[in-house]
Design a binder for this molecule. Structure first.
Ligand code: FES
Ligand code: FES
Length: 229
């Protein structure tokens, strides 16, 4: 599939390093506000650590003793107990770690944890609740009785159900990232063309399905979304 060039993503199989950054170039991901780092820094055992406060799936979280080189993906999986976002390449190549940062899909392996201070993150665990809140407007459906933080016991989101119904899940390693990316695309584009779908998912690699069932799943979710309005 053709991949979309975005600041947090690189082409699959793209072997070249990006050009060197100019001396006066701004911080990476400046458009996402990722140049901001938390003030709570201290030195611990010779290295600089910090406390990071941010929101994950609607719940305030505090991660302590975060090393300044630690990725958002590591914090989500290892510190917050949210293993849904997968770690396959840690180089921004596969998209399996895709989460939403202030609504924008990013590769969480490429985002330094310190840069999410004060930001909102949605992971695949929170996708069902996120989609539900969206479909209900601003909380018109009330609060979900299940745990929207970990996703345990929650109903599946429409895109998750569509992936199951279309048989778009095989080993499942790529699935969380694809779900987050597809859900974001359907939020901003309820009637996507095949080209729109391919572009939205171009940063996500799947080694099993050949992508056709994934395309079917997103088409199905879009059709169901259209019927529901
Ligand atoms: S693990 Fe982040 S893009 Fe592959
Ligand atoms: S289902 Fe196995 S990598 Fe996509």
């Amino acid at each position: 599939m053709r991949r979309l060039l975005q600041p947090d993503r690189r082409r699959p199989g793209h072997g070249e390093l990006p050009p060197p950054r100019g001396r006066h170039h701004g911080p990476p991901h400046a458009d996402l506000g990722l140049g901001v780092v938390p003030r709570h820094r201290r030195h611990h055992g010779g290295s600089c650590v910090m406390r990071v406060n941010f929101t994950v799936n609607g719940r305030p979280q505090e991660a302590d003793d975060v090393w300044e080189g630690e990725s958002l993906l590591y914090v989500l999986r290892e510190r917050l107990g949210l293993p849904g976002s997968k770690n396959a390449c840690e180089q921004g190549e596969c998209g399996s770690c895709t989460v939403r940062l202030d609504g924008v899909p990013v590769c969480s392996c490429l985002v330094a944890a310190g840069q999410v201070e004060g930001r909102e993150v949605v992971t695949v665990e929170g996708l069902a609740d996120y989609a539900k809140q969206r479909s209900c407007g601003t909380g018109a459906c009330g609060t979900s009785p299940q745990d929207s933080h970990t996703g345990e016991g929650t109903e599946l989101s429409p895109i998750q159900q569509a992936f199951i119904d279309a048989g778009a899940v095989q080993c499942g390693f790529c699935t969380p990232g694809l779900l987050v990316a597809a859900d974001e695309m359907l939020e901003r584009n309820p009637n996507p063309s095949d080209a729109d779908i391919r572009e939205a998912l171009s940063g996500n690699l799947c080694r099993c399905t050949g992508y056709e069932k994934i395309m079917d799943a997103v088409r199905l979710a879009a059709a169901r979304q259209g019927e529901a309005v």
